[in-house]
Design a protein around this ligand. Structure first.
Ligand SMILES: [Fe+2]
Length: 345
């Protein structure tokens, strides 16, 4: 079965595709045009390989932005929106190409607080009348907004959900907490064909929450035909196991995927596996602080990343251990380029 039939869905960037975010294009609709890499995880900053993948995702978002008729920003966290002051791994407002005909739907200002409000104002300054404040009741028949819902984890940020009605009905839930009753009831009411959603932050939750989340989220498999769950869920290996359990529960009712599986790509959880990247390809934790090294190292790693990707495609890792095996195999094949790269360390 073609799960993408009639929808033209492409998930551009999220954790199983190597970055933070849930940027998605559906034909000429672009949702959450932002990217981040997790500035500090395990006391490590992003590895140059992550930066290379981040740049690829930025390129995809920029191309989608250029062609979009509608651009939607569900909330104003740095992995979901272009930023006025990005760090080297995020997408900046100034990097975006002009697209004066696109409508840019942003979570309404009244739902924004603090830094979200500052970012809202920056978008408004840059894009002026193209900005439409999105909230329930605003839309155009093809697009509809729901929520705002509480953000995944303990946060007082609110997140807007987007319904796209084409041949089939798609619901994009960005960082909405899908284990909350509020979201589960909204999904039951809408009964969409397809959901793209955030999943619980298992990397920050106690063991006691793992089954509780599964029990709650399993209700969604009765309310949709296909369910992609990714983002916060896939910041640790536990997320892959959790998704496997959800797949078993959904069997015969709902096809459950990670974004990488939906996009027919290998798990590429580079943030979760960052320690292995630093162990196998050591580099200073502050490699990106100087402009010269930032550019040089990214140029070098851009050369070897396609080689590593060949091994990822072959080896299909599903956890950090199998990723390490795949990486070792890849690095054995490319010693020459590596010796050139290590001269910068
Ligand atoms: Fe996010």
């Amino acid at each position: 079965m073609d799960y993408n039939e009639g929808m033209e869905i492409e998930i551009l960037g999220t954790e199983t595709l190597g970055v933070r975010g849930l940027s998605t294009s559906i034909g000429r609709i672009l949702i959450d045009p932002g990217v981040a890499l997790g500035f500090s995880r395990y006391n490590l900053h992003p590895h140059p390989i992550q930066a290379v993948v981040g740049d690829e995702v930025k390129g995809k978002i920029i191309r989608a932005w250029e062609n979009a008729e509608d651009i939607i920003i569900s909330h104003l966290h740095g992995d979901h929106t272009p930023l006025p002051n990005p760090n080297p791994f995020q997408l900046g407002i100034e990097e975006l190409p002009p697209n004066s005909s696109a409508r840019i739907w942003v979570k309404a200002e009244k739902f924004c607080r603090g830094i979200e409000r500052v970012r809202f104002m920056a978008l408004k300054r840059k894009f002026g009348d193209q900005i439409i404040e999105a909230e329930p009741g605003v839309g155009d028949g093809l697009l509809e907004f729901i929520g705002p819902f509480p953000h995944t984890g303990r946060s007082n940020i609110m997140v807007l959900g987007t319904i796209v009605r084409k041949d089939r009905t798609l619901l994009h839930l960005s960082d909405a907490d899908i284990s909350s009753w509020e979201v589960i009831r909204a999904v039951e009411r809408i009964n969409p064909d397809f959901i793209i959603s955030d999943g619980p932050s298992l990397y920050r939750s106690g063991r006691e929450y793992v089954d509780r989340y599964l029990l709650r989220v399993s209700k969604l498999v009765n309310s949709c035909g296909s369910l992609v769950v990714d983002h916060h869920l896939m910041r640790c290996d536990e997320g892959v196991k959790w998704l496997k359990s959800l797949k078993r529960i959904g069997e015969g009712k709902c096809k459950v995927f990670s974004a990488s599986e939906f996009m027919l790509r290998p798990f590429t959880m580079l943030e979760a596996w960052r320690r292995t990247l630093y162990r196998l390809i050591p580099v200073s934790n502050n490699w990106f602080r100087g402009d010269f090294l930032l550019k040089e190292l990214k140029d070098d790693y851009r050369e070897i990343w396609p080689e590593i990707r060949i091994d990822l495609d072959k080896g299909r890792p599903h956890d950090e251990k199998s990723f390490e095996k795949v990486m070792r195999r890849a690095l054995e094949r490319i010693p020459q380029q590596l010796s050139h790269i290590t001269s910068y360390l």
